[in-house]
Each structure stands twice: as C-alpha cells, then as structure tokens.
Design a protein around this ligand. Structure first.
Ligand code: SAM
Ligand code: SF4
Length: 381
C-alpha cells in the first residue's frame, strides 16, 4: 500500500525557510479582491438554492451548511482540543436524541441547508450513527445534497462501508502525523495504524471526497508538511493544513502556531510550480495543486486570514445549542425549546434570532474569548 510505504520511509525532508512574496498587490487591493470574491460567491449560491430569510444574517451571508455534533465523547485526547484535565460530560438526558436531531435537521434542510456534516467529540462513538446517516439521507427529497463526517478514524475502517451505503458522501479524516510515536504524543493514545487503515478503506471507496485534516504545531509536526503534500501525488485527496486555534484549556500559544503563508513558502521552495486550485463554494481552505499530482493541498487559516466574509456555517452542539460562530460563546438552546413543546415555526424564529446576531467577523487571534467559549471538543471543529 502506497501510504504504508510512505510512512515507513518517513521521508527525511528538510525545511528550507525561503521567503518570497506570492503577490505584488497592496493590502487594500487584496482586501477589496477578497470582498468581491465573497460577494460573487454569495451570488453564485443564490442562483443554486433558495434559502429561508431565517438563515440569512445581517451581512447577507446565507447559511446552507449545518454541522451537527453527535457526541461530547472521544476515544482520543488530542492536546490541542481536549483540556488536559478532561471535560465534564453532559448527562445523557441533556443530549439531543436521534429524533430531535432528525427534527432539527429536517427543519434546517427545508429552510435551505444543503450540506450536513457530522462531528463531535468523535462522531463514530455515538451508538446508532449508521441509522442517523440513513435518516438524514431521506432528507435528499427536500434538497440535502451531501452528508459529511469529520472523524479521527480510530474505529472507522470496518464501519465505513455501511456508513457509505447509508448515505455518507464526504469524509474528513484527522491525521496530524505520519509518525506513530508523534501520534501518541499528540493524541495521548495509540491507534495510528487503525487511522491509516481507515484512510486506505476511504480511498478505495465510492466517497465523493476524502480530505485529511492536519493541525500544524510548530516543532512538532511542521516538518512533515512536505510528506503530506507528497500523498497528493498518487491519491485524489485533499490535505488541509489547519492553523492551531485557541480554545478553553488547550494551552494555545502564538509561538506554537505556524501561519499558512509560511507553510506555503516552504512548499513552494520544494515545488516552485504549485498552482492555485479553484476553491469550492464557501470552502474554508485556500487550495493548491502540483502539476501532475492527483490531489491537492490547502490551508485553513482561521487565525492569520479568517474567511468570515463567506462563512455559511451553523453549528448544532450535542446538547442542542445553536452556535453561529466557532469563536463566539453565544448559544441558544433549541433542545429546551423543543422539550417545552415549541412548534417548527417557533424553532425557526429562534434560529433566525441566532443567525441575525452573527457578527461580521471573529476577533483577532490575541482577543478571542477562550474563557466563556467551550473547548473545541464540545463544539465540533
Ligand atoms: N473527533 C473528530 C476529529 O478529530 O476529526 C471530530 C471533532 S474535532 C473537534 C474536528 C476537527 O477540529 C479536527 O480536524 C481537529 O483536528 C480540529 N481541531 C480541534 N482542536 C483544534 C484546534 N485547537 N485548532 C485547530 N483545529 C482543531
Ligand atoms: Fe477527539 Fe477529535 Fe478532539 Fe482529537 S480533535 S480529542 S479526536 S474530538
């Protein structure tokens, strides 16, 4: 298997720090080009599928993407996500039931959501995930186009075929290192082999898209960036380098963060002919390809170059709160409203109030409110 060979070889690639500019534009010109791009994306989306006014915010962003967290539990303990002292889990009775998830998903899809992504905690530890996917699949009749999942892949390789059969179309696999020892350091657990197996099954499957998420941490896995890029040579995958983000209890330190622009310069030093790949509509990653390679790589630069102007995401936490921004601690409980007997119309009003309170952009990296916001594991990435 090409992947195994790659990890075994553990390519010893050096990290030349070559600094060159990628664009001759002034910062004002870049900002206005970004705004134009965001506006044209919104227009493209308008043309594709109508969205209820409850899902349109005051900055005209149309929210057609819902991320649903299925659980607060996880079978790994990644240091950048989970506080070292662990987290207090909500009692089971406070979590959304399968029926409540389906009711809300139906309401969102009928209001214009076309993409659903399941996350967690680790979504595969939720009992009945295969049935949840099958039920979500029935929402295609109302306009749902894709069902994705973000998973650490630890217990996925045997179950993936059934999830795909039930309707899963997109998989994002979190794999921060190709080195089993570093894997244990990062996740505080064993299981690197199992994740590679899941990746292998995914690559041989009929999934529409397979992506690898890599949170890049200075002096830990930043030296592996070229190895991950090399995986896109033979495999039609996207590897996405994510900037380390601050959340409650994750000991974020600016010095541990590697800006995407620095990574790109590093990759360009090795591959001078990298080309910008077209962005998917509302994709958070800026993507690139190397001529002749089957896949692509990209950067999720939430810290150094946020993508708030084209953000189309809403989040539903496992305990039923709607969150309109990863970095905004404000939440509204759809669970409590449902359990008090609210009608679909009343739920939609609450969703509309949450959406209209969405800020234009999140705070800069030093000012993000990590005190009142949840740890990442309780939001879902
Ligand atoms: N357990 C699943 C997984 O790891 O893929 C899904 C949940 S996890 C919270 C979702 C994504 O968030 C993962 O790709 C993870 O790498 C990313 N993530 C978690 N903490 C992060 C942080 N502090 N900065 C950047 N990305 C983070
Ligand atoms: Fe678990 Fe995913 Fe968080 Fe790692 S990133 S601790 S796998 S929820």
């Amino acid at each position: 298997m090409a992947l195994t060979i790659l990890t075994r070889r553990r390519l010893k690639l050096t990290s030349p720090r070559c600094f060159s500019t990628t664009s001759g534009l002034s910062s004002e010109a870049l900002a206005s080009a970004k705004q134009l791009r965001a506006r044209s994306r919104i227009e493209e989306m308008d043309a594709v599928q109508p969205v209820s006014h409850h899902l349109v915010d005051t900055f005209k962003r149309r929210h057609n993407y819902l991320r649903i967290s299925l659980t607060e539990r996880c079978n790994l303990r990644c240091f950048y996500c989970m506080p070292s002292e662990g987290i207090e889990l909500s009692p089971d009775g406070k979590l959304l039931t399968n029926e409540e998830i389906l009711r809300l998903a139906t309401l969102f899809v009928k209001s214009g959501v076309t993409k659903i992504r399941l996350t967690g905690g680790e979504p595969t530890v939720r009992k009945g995930i295969a049935e949840i996917i099958a039920e979500l699949n029935s929402l295609r009749q109302y306009g749902l186009k894709s069902i994705g999942m973000t998973s650490n892949g630890l217990s996925l390789h045997r179950r993936l075929p059934l999830l795909i059969e039930n309707g899963l179309t997109h998989l994002n696999l979190s794999l921060d290192t190709l080195d089993p020892f570093k894997f244990e350091l990062i996740t505080r657990r064993r299981g690197h082999d199992a994740v590679l197996k899941a990746l292998d099954v995914a690559l041989k499957s009929s999934l529409t898209s397979v992506k690898i998420n890599i949170v890049v941490i200075k002096d830990l896995n930043d030296s592996e960036v070229l190895d991950f890029v090399e995986m896109t040579k033979e495999h039609p995958i996207s590897v996405r380098f994510i900037e380390f983000m601050p959340f409650t209890g994750n000991k974020w330190d600016k010095k541990k963060m590697v800006e995407s622009s620095e990574l790109l310069r590093h990759i360009q030093a090795r591959h001078p002919h990298v080309q910008r790949a077209p962005d998917e509509l509302n994709d958070t990653a800026r993507s690139w390809t190397i001529p002749g390679y089957r896949g692509n790589f990209g950067f999720i630069s939430s810290m150094s170059d946020h993508f708030c102007s084209s953000c189309n995401r809403l989040r539903l936490t496992a305990d039923g709160q709607i969150k309109v921004c990863l970095f905004d601690a404000t939440e509204m409980s759809l669970r409590d409203q449902m359990r008090m007997g609210a009608s679909d119309d009343e739920l939609l009003q609450t969703i509309g109030r949450a959406v209209s309170g969405k800020k234009e952009k999140h705070a800069g990296m030093e000012d993000i409110d990590v005190v009142t916001n949840r740890p990442m594991i309780l939001i879902g990435g």
